[in-house]
Design a protein around this ligand. Structure first.
Ligand code: HEM
Length: 535
């Protein structure tokens, strides 16, 4: 007590000391007292977890467990990958039950696997009471900034309202995007033919080609950029992603976001360069629109056109429809970065894993090829063909079940939430382990780890009525993936064309080593043998 009184006297006499004491109190409260209070509140409801250490929480255990589990390649081509990618989930759900709490640094995380609760939690009921945490936003600040993926609350609602119409299924058909996807895929097939012909045994690493192809597709359909500009943007984004993931490893240290570091300096430089390239694209789009204004009062098609029209509205009306949240130049740039990032890597991974699965399951490969020939004949797929490619749709869904590019869904509670019988305190992060749910034998049956596309056949018995929360590759509810319809159209177009152009088999050089670096990817790529089917 005497110490406290002395501190208060010193504080009252010196504003600097008062400031330092306040900073120390806020740090202690954020980094230890609040997480511990949340942990106790969950323990009082019977939800426990591993004991945390100050500041690091359980972070070191997670890192050590994952490092050990992924040190070697898998001994066989098994799809039973939960123990490898989420060893901490396997360990702690075995010890504390499927509902448990752990601390990621100082962020308390509740692991939620109950599919009925997940459905409710992701519903519109909690759209404004949940969102992306400080840790997530800080980690991606220089990389995708205030774009839709990391926006929260009313700002998120406005951004979503502006961009969502561009990605509705009927718009995708109407705006000639399928045609552009076909053109990009034709180019990729030419490159694959050349690459295969130039190598002994026609072997190519398909992942790199799919990354290039999906990058080209999003650049051309949504941003109207040239192949070279798109390529430059992706290289910069890739570099930034690597650096931000390295620099955010220390975010659990109080104040670390202000420490100067070589990563941070390089991130700032690359971000400046990326924004300059995007700004130039925007300037060119506006110039082209101005030249054509007399004839067509439009910026053209795609997402960038939509964002620029929205920004112009704001400039004209001094506000725009979203009031304080309307798009300005910086937000348009952030949105471009977000869609370049969110819209190409996940799609490339879906295609890469699908080709790996088809290359190792020749019967399904042949079945899909026969269907493509029956539906499309000798032509590339058109928008009308796509809904008839049901075998391909089943294969895509089974790929997304076994290898979902996003293995986790994170959401922070911004206010106290009553979820079923649970009270989730404000400040608790909820983590939905999508990969573990997709491989759960109690949901999918004893063959949960096997590639069996027939489980998605039209009319097949679904696991249960609450199915929406059991298959979550694109999340669910109002904050699901805004590009879902686009991604599925793209996957069908590309796979249908590749199946018509080549027969593929997995190479002996393939090393099965799925790893999770933000997204679920094959550590050593996917080398396949391509046999051209047509001259
Ligand atoms: C197979 C491909 C894809 C998968 C598996 C996928 C998966 C997801 C998931 C799981 C989320 C929720 C993330 C979270 O809230 O933490 C998400 C959000 C998002 N996705 Fe996708 N995505 C794919 C393709 C695309 C494409 C092609 C685009 C754009 C053209 C896109 C744009 C976005 C955006 C902007 C969000 C944020 C939505 C919001 O917060 O309102 N995604 N995606």
């Amino acid at each position: 007590m005497a110490v406290l009184v002395s501190l208060m006297v010193i504080a009252a006499s010196s504003p600097l000391v008062a400031l330092l004491l306040r900073a120390a109190w806020v740090t202690l409260s954020c980094y230890w007292l609040t997480p511990m209070r949340i942990r106790r509140a969950m323990a009082a409801q019977g939800v426990r977890g591993p004991p945390p250490r100050p500041l690091v929480g359980n972070l070191r255990e997670v890192s050590a467990l994952v490092a050990r589990a992924t040190a070697d390649d898998m001994p066989s081509l098994s799809h039973d990958i939960v123990g490898r990618l989420m060893p901490h989930y396997v360990l702690w759900s075995g010890t504390y039950g499927k509902l448990f709490v752990y601390l990621y640094g100082s962020e308390p995380r509740l692991c939620l696997t109950d599919t009925a609760l997940i459905k409710e939690f992701l519903s519109s009921k909690y759209a404004h009471a949940t969102g992306k945490s400080w840790l997530q936003r800080q980690g991606t600040k220089h990389f995708i900034g205030g774009g839709l993926l990391m926006a929260n609350g009313a700002r998120w609602a406005h951004q979503r309202h502006v961009v969502a119409p561009a990605f509705m299924a009927d718009k995708l058909k109407a705006r000639g995007r399928v045609g552009r996807m076909v053109e990009c895929t034709k180019q990729a097939i030419r490159e694959l033919r050349d690459a295969a012909a130039g190598r002994r045994g026609e072997e190519v690493e398909i992942g790199a080609h799919m990354t290039r192809l999906t990058g080209d597709i999003i650049s051309r359909t949504e941003f109207n950029t040239s192949y070279d500009t798109g390529k430059r943007i992706f290289l910069l984004l890739e570099h930034l992603q690597r650096l931000t993931s390295r620099s955010s490893r220390h975010l659990w240290i109080p104040g670390s976001q202000y420490f100067p570091s070589k990563y941070r300096r390089e991130i700032r430089r690359l971000n400046g360069e990326l924004e300059a390239v995007l700004m130039e694209s925007i300037r060119r789009s506006r110039e082209i629109a101005d030249e054509g204004r007399a004839a067509v009062a439009t910026y053209g098609r795609g997402l960038l056109a939509m964002l620029l029209s929205e920004m112009e509205e704001k400039e004209k009306n001094g506000g725009g429809g979203g009031g304080e949240f309307s798009y300005d130049a910086q937000l348009v740039i952030d949105e471009c970065k977000t869609f370049f990032f969110a819209g190409h890597e996940t799609s490339a991974l879906l295609l890469t894993w699908a080709i790996m699965l088809l290359a190792t399951n020749p019967a399904w490969q042949e079945k899909a090829r026969t269907e493509v020939a029956a539906v499309c004949g000798d032509h590339p797929p058109s928008a009308d063909h796509l809904s008839k490619l049901t075998v391909l749709q089943m294969i895509i869904q089974e790929t997304l079940r076994l290898y979902p590019p996003a293995t986790l869904l994170p959401r922070m509670a911004f206010e106290d939430i009553q979820l079923g019988g649970l009270r989730l305190p404000r400040g608790l992060s909820v983590w939905i382990p999508v990969l573990a749910i997709h491989h759960d034998e109690s949901i999918w049956g004893p063959d949960a780890h096997e590639f069996r596309p027939e489980r998605f056949a039209p009319g097949a018995r679904r696991p249960s009525a609450a199915g929406a929360a059991r298959f979550l590759p694109f999340a669910a509810g109002p904050r699901n993936c805004v590009g879902q319809a686009y991604a599925l159209v793209e996957a069908k177009v590309v796979l249908a064309m590749l199946l018509s152009a080549f027969r593929f088999a997995i190479s002996d050089n393939y090393r099965h080593a799925p790893e999770n670096v933000l997204t679920l990817r094959p550590k050593h790529g996917v080398p396949v043998h391509l046999r051209p089917l047509r001259p």
